[in-house]
Design a protein. Structure first.
Ligand SMILES: [Zn+2]
Length: 383
């Protein structure tokens, strides 16, 4: 992102628009923002970075107009007390991300049902600090959304062999995630519906292709000299799929890495059906449960019956008379509507469509013949 050279004509024009926005806010009025970010001279600079590809979901944007998304919403922020949003960043190119229609404003489906409204004006932060005026340093905020323009954030997303996005098993929770019981990757996946039907299907197809190519590269290692040229052909195909401008290149890269690990020798971790990419990824050793973890259920798994977990332990979620069922499995993930979530809170938010539910209070589980909240179970097991 640092390499964007915004044209001086555009800068001059937006400076004037920003001044008007500032005056409107000072007068207590909502600013009007001319949508200069949609202009070709600016948008093309952003499109040049990874081509016509959504920075959030990595799908190619082949028919719809690519949207220039304001990472920090310019007009208002859902659930925030200020009515103005990050108005002073409306024309800051560092605040722009290329997004597809689904990530920007919803429409993606999970199990045939609407997955929600996409990013829109949502910009949750961990903790109480939010920048509300230019003098507030927004870099001190701790956004929940993973920023696709931030390499460290992008590395927090992993993929399983079914093409589902999930928190990378190699990533440990930050201190703030632990404090608030929220997994940033899970929340990003939920809000942007990164595991929608179509997306996972397409992502898995790319991953299957890459795994096949890796298999051929390995097989051809022992082939006669005359066939060795084919190795290069398959390597080129892998390079093309994992190139940053290719659709779902992060998933392709993950598939390539997993295949190489698998092909190097029998994995030590074998799951019954398909093997999770992250389950065999290097660095899993640092996934040891941390004491007092309130983000996921990993700490509690040793106290639960393994056979029950294999079959899926029933969780009942409920508020206001409506109850929802989900299942907890041995990987510590909670399945609801054929999608697994790594954390109780995101599973509860996915089940209810509400952004502020605490899953530890929401889900109830049967233990020792009694029904209790996950929070109560945790307190009981840890005391
Ligand atoms: Zn997208």
């Amino acid at each position: 992102m640092s390499g964007i050279n915004v044209p001086p004509t555009w800068t001059a024009k937006t400076a004037a628009a920003l001044q008007q926005a500032e005056q409107a806010v000072a007068a207590g009025m909502k600013p009007n923002f001319p949508d200069y970010w949609r202009e070709k001279e600016l948008r093309d600079l952003l499109l040049n970075i990874v081509d016509y590809k959504c920075w959030y979901c990595e799908a190619l944007i082949t028919r719809d107009d690519p949207k220039v998304d304001h990472f920090r919403p310019k007009s208002r922020v859902d659930g925030d007390s200020s009515e103005y949003g990050y108005w002073w960043l409306a024309y800051d190119a560092m605040n722009y991300r290329i997004a597809c229609k689904h990530c920007n404003s919803g429409g993606a489906r999970i199990n045939g049902q609407s997955g929600g409204r996409g990013k829109g004006a949502r910009f949750p932060v961990l903790g109480s600090f939010r920048a509300r005026r230019p003098a507030d340093d927004y870099r001190l905020e701790e956004p929940v959304f993973l920023d696709p323009a931030n390499v460290l954030d992008a590395s927090l997303i992993g993929f399983d062999a079914n093409g589902h996005a999930r928190r990378s098993a190699r990533a440990s929770y930050s201190a703030r995630e632990s404090e608030f019981g929220v997994c940033r990757a899970d929340e990003t996946i939920r809000i942007l519906v990164l595991n929608s039907d179509k997306l996972t299907e397409c992502r898995r197809a790319v991953m299957d292709d890459v795994s096949d190519y890796e298999g051929w590269v390995k097989r051809l290692e022992a082939a006669p000299e005359s066939l060795r040229g084919m190795v290069l052909d398959f390597q080129r195909k892998i390079d093309a799929k994992t190139s940053i401008t290719s659709e779902f290149s992060s998933a392709a890269l993950a598939a390539s890495q997993m295949s190489r690990i698998m092909l190097a020798g029998p994995p030590s971790v074998v799951e019954s059906d398909r093997i999770s990419l992250d389950a065999v990824a290097p660095g899993d050793g640092d996934l040891a449960p941390t004491q007092g973890n309130i983000v996921d259920l990993v700490d509690l798994l040793p106290f639960l019956d393994l056979n029950d977990l294999k079959a899926g332990i029933r969780l009942i979620g409920g508020q206001g008379g409506k109850s929802i069922q989900a299942k907890l499995f041995q990987d510590g993930r909670i399945e609801f509507l054929s999608r697994r979530w790594g954390t109780p809170t995101t599973a509860a938010r996915a089940a209810t469509g509400q952004d502020d539910i605490n899953g530890w209070h929401y889900w109830r589980i049967e233990f020792d013949g009694m029904t209790m909240s996950l929070e109560d179970l945790k307190n009981r097991l840890e005391s």
